[in-house]
Design a binder for this molecule. Structure first.
Ligand code: ZN
Ligand code: ZN
Length: 226
């Protein structure tokens, strides 16, 4: 989702338990899911383990995958902190009253090999533009550089961080070790995308109503970059 800024540091999580679970993953566990789900050229140097995931990028009724059982308990502090962050605001409280509670539509572990990159891109589908994309580094090093817009930072282990995935973004792992992030997509039902109020003030966001803005056929000028 677009917001005024590139990164938002939500808070810090103790990731010790998640880290030891990730260390125990086998190469077969890392590669089998990625081979089946491989879709995007920019992500060719990554391996993904879907925990809550649907290849159709749906926006409701997420599918919990078997690997979730391994990580579910250890993930809870991160899930709670992220959900609280979006639900405790005035807007969050109103959305919950009107539409019900928020939910995680996707959760994945994503490994970026040492020396590899994710090329610059913007996320361009309905669900990715109407949910909050949150990264939690589980295994990283100080030579992993995340760029959003014109800002490049090193997100440290345990720093729960929302990423503005509507701006151009890329990642470079210049370090000697693979990087592993837990990536969460959180939906607040009824929350409009930045362009919604401007382009279809009378109707809610939907794949139909937002198609032109999601694909950037109508340029978005809602939160200009510095
Ligand atoms: Zn929208
Ligand atoms: Zn916009």
């Amino acid at each position: 989702m677009n917001f005024p800024g590139n990164f938002f540091h939500i808070g810090d999580i103790d990731i010790a338990e998640l880290k030891s679970l990730v260390r125990n993953l086998t190469e077969a566990q890392w590669t089998s899911f990625s081979t089946r789900q491989r879709r995007y050229e920019v992500h060719q140097h990554t391996h993904t383990i879907g925990l809550v995931y649907d290849p159709d990028f749906r926006h409701s009724h997420p599918t919990r995958l078997p690997m979730l059982a391994i990580f579910e308990v250890a993930m809870r502090p991160a899930l709670w902190m992220a959900a609280d962050h979006f639900e405790e605001t005035e807007t969050g409280q109103r959305l919950i009253r009107e539409n019900g509670s928020g939910y995680f539509i996707r959760a994945s572990l994503v490994r970026l090999k040492a020396g590899c990159s994710i090329a610059e891109h913007q996320d361009m589908n309905f669900s990715l533009t109407h949910s909050h994309r949150i990264h939690l580094p589980i295994v990283t090093n100080d030579q992993v550089l995340f760029t959003v817009g014109k800002e490049t930072i090193n997100i440290r282990e345990g720093q729960l961080t929302e990423i503005n995935n509507r701006r151009m973004h890329s990642v470079h792992n210049n370090g000697p070790d693979d990087r592993v992030h837990l990536i969460l997509d959180y939906v607040m039902p009824g929350e409009q995308c930045c362009c919604g109020a401007k382009h279809h003030p009378q109707t809610r966001c939907s794949p139909q109503a937002c198609m032109e803005t999601v694909l950037l056929r109508v340029p978005c000028t809602c939160h200009p970059e510095d």
